[in-house]
Design a protein around this ligand. Sequence first.
Ligand SMILES: Nc1ncnc2c1ncn2[C@@H]1O[C@H](COP(=O)(O)OP(=O)(O)OP(=O)(O)O)[C@@H](O)[C@H]1O
Length: 345
Amino acid sequence: MTAYSEAAALRALGTVPDPLSDRDIVSAGRLSDLTFDAGRLRVILGVPPETTQEQGLTVRDAAEQALSGLAGIDQVAVLLTTHKAAPALKPAAPKRTDRNPHPNKRPAGYQGDAHVTKTIAISSAKGGVGKSTVTVGLARALAAQGQRVGILDADIHGPSVPTLLGLAEQLGTRDVEGRRLIVPAEVDGLKAISIGLLTGNDDPVVWRGPMVQGAIARMLWDTDWGALDLLLIDMPPGTGDPQLGLAQDVEPDGAVIVTTPQDLALLDARKGVSMFEKVDIPVIGWVENMAVFICPDCGSEHRIFGEGNLDLPIPKLGSLALSMAMRDARGGYDDLARALLGTLA
Ligand SMILES: Nc1ncnc2c1ncn2[C@@H]1O[C@H](COP(=O)(O)OP(=O)(O)OP(=O)(O)O)[C@@H](O)[C@H]1O
């Protein structure tokens, strides 16, 4: 079998017309990142904000089409981002490994996420801003819009995802192509796995640092996800080296930052953005959670947590109200799901 060649991939991308100029996407400087790992090719195109959704879809499809026949590639994911200007004519700088003191390498052989098209990290710098709730609400809304969705609950600080999805059973395993893989739970049309469902009731205090990082990376690779359009990873809160190392290990296609509109939360959210930027993972949007409380009695609106803004050139995917319905993550997330899909389109 002929091996993957980056030169061939660049040549193929060089045949794709740029929607906003008379050049191709490579010479127009739209190529923001090109990474190849274990048969998976991931391409990030940075397009200007004025690009229409139709132009975005056309260029993404053309890029996927151009790359699909190339040798050595099992899976192609082309992601568009409007947030970062792409460097002209050269792929992005190599990923920084110096701040990942405990790197985990994908094991050889079949990978449980081989048929996952896009992986999105849902992240918050601060705990308690509603990241897990938003992950589950968003996942349900995406599934209702026809997407095949999975959730990897990597948040060791609380059993929010199993509670929100009503999961309690320990997970089983099965052999797939000679490899023992975890079988995810299936609920509400979603596939889900939680570190809490693997560890039982063990004291989470023992799950720290490198151990957590390694366990989460293995959960991604050693779970039989099957074919998914989107896998949402509920990341552990924070912006320290464990989170950064985890992001480098799992290499999501993009990150979504969840925050409340309080000044302090926004300050931390900006740190979250810069953490992902350090390792060249595009932040595809941010979500303002608990934005407004609407009084159920009189309908008056109260911005309990203030009116702060992220003040960064990153699309705001939505503002979610503070309410019982939003807390249950069962409705009210449709616009957010549409906005996310629009950004990925
Ligand atoms: N929009 C909302 N309206 C009402 N309650 C909400 C909303 N979002 C989250 N909550 C509630 O806020 C609390 C924290 O939410 P959640 O556990 O999702 O946060 P988190 O950021 O994942 O926290 P951690 O990272 O510490 O686990 C929960 O009790 C949840 O039910």
